[in-house]
Design a protein around this ligand. Structure first.
Ligand SMILES: Cc1cc2nc3c(=O)[nH]c(=O)nc-3n(C[C@H](O)[C@H](O)[C@H](O)COP(=O)(O)OP(=O)(O)OC[C@H]3O[C@@H](n4cnc5c(N)ncnc54)[C@H](O)[C@@H]3O)c2cc1C
Length: 197
């Protein structure tokens, strides 16, 4: 059986012996050797770098116990979260970032609202906006939004109505922050259809 220690194991020499002839016993033995060597190498690499890898949960948990402090790596100018090759170290959102993301969600939600909503959909949307104003994670923003909702009830009769209401609510905040108002006639281009003809 061709099984020299210093001969590297490759897919081709799994199937053929040193003379280039097909060898069934070599195939079975070297195939097994190839797979086990590959698995050992990959496990070793994972253990050494402590990087995320699509291994089984069981393997990952064993490695986690062994690694008290995972290495931090840098990709370009970005320092990655220790133990991750996917996630960059980012700070929690400030009021601006939270606001822009939340408006994106709110306008997109309005743009997806039905043209002719059912009674349940109307009630759900009204309830959601009320709860949103209670839990929004910026206290003074939340209090002001709650006051706005109480004074100007969300118009939930249709997609058009809700999207315009959302635009006006956003403009209320824009004005408060000294920003120009957005022209609500363009809500569809901005949040639903895009600007291209
Ligand atoms: C419910 C709520 C209450 C907030 N209250 C406060 C607050 O009290 N104080 C505070 O400092 N920040 C508040 N914010 C955050 C603030 O509104 C902005 O999100 C933040 O200042 C970032 O602004 P921005 O310039 O990135 O654009 P954003 O105002 O976040 O707007 C994002 C994008 O939406 C589009 N847009 C702008 N206006 C409209 C509109 N009227 N209708 C449709 N689309 C529009 C524009 O394309 C814009 O680029 C609040 C956010 C939310 C969601």
């Amino acid at each position: 059986m061709s099984n020299s220690q210093d001969e590297p194991i490759t897919l081709s020499n799994i199937f053929f012996n040193k003379d280039g002839k097909f060898c069934l016993p070599c195939t079975a033995y070297r195939g097994f050797e190839y797979i086990t060597t590959e698995m050992t190498n990959r496990y070793q690499l994972y253990k050494d770098t402590k990087l995320e890898t699509p291994t089984t949960v069981k393997t990952a948990s064993i490695v986690k116990q062994e690694s008290a402090v995972p290495k931090t790596i840098t990709v370009g100018n970005n320092e990655m979260i220790p133990g991750s090759r996917t996630y960059v170290k980012e700070d929690p959102p400030d009021v601006q970032k939270l606001g822009a993301s939340s408006w994106t969600f709110l306008h997109a939600m309005a743009a997806k609202y039905p043209t002719e909503p059912s009674q349940t959909e109307k009630e759900d949307m009204t309830e959601f906006l009320k709860l949103f104003s209670h839990v929004y994670p910026c206290n003074w923003c939340a209090m002001d939004f709650e006051k706005y909702i109480t004074k100007y009830s969300p118009r939930v009769e249709s997609k058009e109505e809700l999207s315009r209401w959302m635009c006006e609510a956003h403009n209320h905040v824009n004005v408060k922050l000294g920003k120009p108002k957005f022209n609500c006639d363009f809500w569809q281009q901005r949040w639903k259809d895009g600007w291209d003809e």
